[in-house]
Design a binder for this molecule. Structure first.
Ligand SMILES: [Zn+2]
Length: 242
C-alpha cells in the first residue's frame, strides 16, 4: 500500500512539476539531462565489457553461450540510484529517459572494439500482454537511443516474445535458462547475415539476452552482442571486490 501511495505521489508531482529527477524526486535543472547531477555522479559504473563477458564464460559452456560480447553502463544494487533509474525507466513511464540512457550507452560502448561493427539494433521484446499492461517497451527506447548514437538501423519488431514467462527474480541461473527457452522467435528475414546488437534495461544471468541471441543465430545472424543500461550479475559484483 505504501509503495502504491508513493507511486501516486510521484505521478502527481510529475504532473504539476514535470522537471523532477526520476531517481530522487528533487527538482532538476533543465540543463541536466534526464537525472540530476547528484544522482548521476553517484551511479555505480559497470565493469568493462571484457570483464562482464568473462563472468558469462564461467557460467555458460561455449556451446550454450550465443552472445559474443556484452556491455553495460552501470552496476545494479538494491536501494541505489541505479535501481531508482531503472525503476523510473521501467515502471514510471520515463521512456524519454530510457532513450537518453540508450544514447549514453551507445556512446560509452563506442570505445570498445567489440561494439564497433554493428548492422542492426534490436530490443528485447515484451510479451504483448505485458506491453498492453505497461504501455511501452523500455528496451525499445534504449535501443532507439543506441541506434541514434551509432547511426545504425533500429529494428523494433525483429524479435517477438511468444511465451509469457514467469518472473525470473527468484530463479537460479539454470532455472532461468529453462524458463526463458523457446520464449522468442525471429519475425523478419533481415537479421540473416547481420551483426546484431540487442538492447535491454538490466541483465542478471544473461539468460534472456542469450535466448534471444540463440534464436537469431539459428535464423542466420552472423553474430549477436548485447548492451544494457545496468548489469546485476552477482558474480561480476563479487569480482569487483568493492
Ligand atoms: Zn536525483
Amino acid at each position: 500500500m505504501i509503495s502504491y501511495l508513493k507511486a501516486i505521489k510521484h505521478d502527481i508531482l510529475h504532473l504539476i512539476a514535470p522537471s523532477l529527477c526520476p531517481a530522487c524526486d528533487e527538482p532538476i535543472d533543465p540543463a541536466e539531462r534526464g537525472i540530476c547531477e547528484a544522482c548521476r555522479v553517484s551511479l555505480l559504473a559497470a565493469p568493462y565489457p571484457e570483464e562482464i563477458y568473462e563472468t558469462l564464460l564461467e557460467e555458460y559452456t561455449a556451446e550454450e553461450l550465443a552472445l559474443e560480447a556484452i556491455g553495460s553502463l552501470y552496476t545494479f544494487e538494491q536501494d541505489s540510484p541505479v535501481q531508482q533509474l531503472i525503476h523510473a525507466i521501467k515502471y514510471k513511464g520515463c521512456y524519454p529517459l530510457a532513450e537518453e540512457m540508450g544514447v549514453e550507452l551507445g556512446l560509452a560502448l563506442k570505445a570498445f572494439v567489440e561494439f564497433s561493427q554493428i548492422d542492426l539494433v534490436l530490443p528485447v521484446p515484451l510479451h504483448r500482454a505485458k506491453l498492453r499492461e505497461r504501455g511501452y517497451n523500455q528496451a525499445e527506447f534504449i535501443a532507439r537511443g543506441f541506434s541514434r548514437a551509432h547511426n545504425i538501423e533500429l529494428m523494433s519488431n525483429g524479435l517477438k516474445r511468444i511465451r509469457h514467462t514467469r518472473s525470473q527474480t527468484q530463479l537460479s541461473a539454470q532455472q532461468r535458462a529453462v524458463n526463458i527457452s523457446n520464449a522468442f522467435t525471429v519475425t523478419v528475414k533481415d537479421t540473416a547475415g547481420a551483426k546484431i546488437l540487442l538492447c535491454d534495461d538490466v541483465f542478471t544471468t544473461g539468460a534472456t539476452l542469450n535466448a534471444c541471441a540463440d534464436v537469431l543465430l539459428n535464423a542466420g545472424a552472423q553474430s549477436v552482442i548485447a548492451a544494457t543500461i545496468a548489469q546485476d550479475n552477482p558474480n561480476t559484483n563479487v569480482r569487483r571486490g568493492t
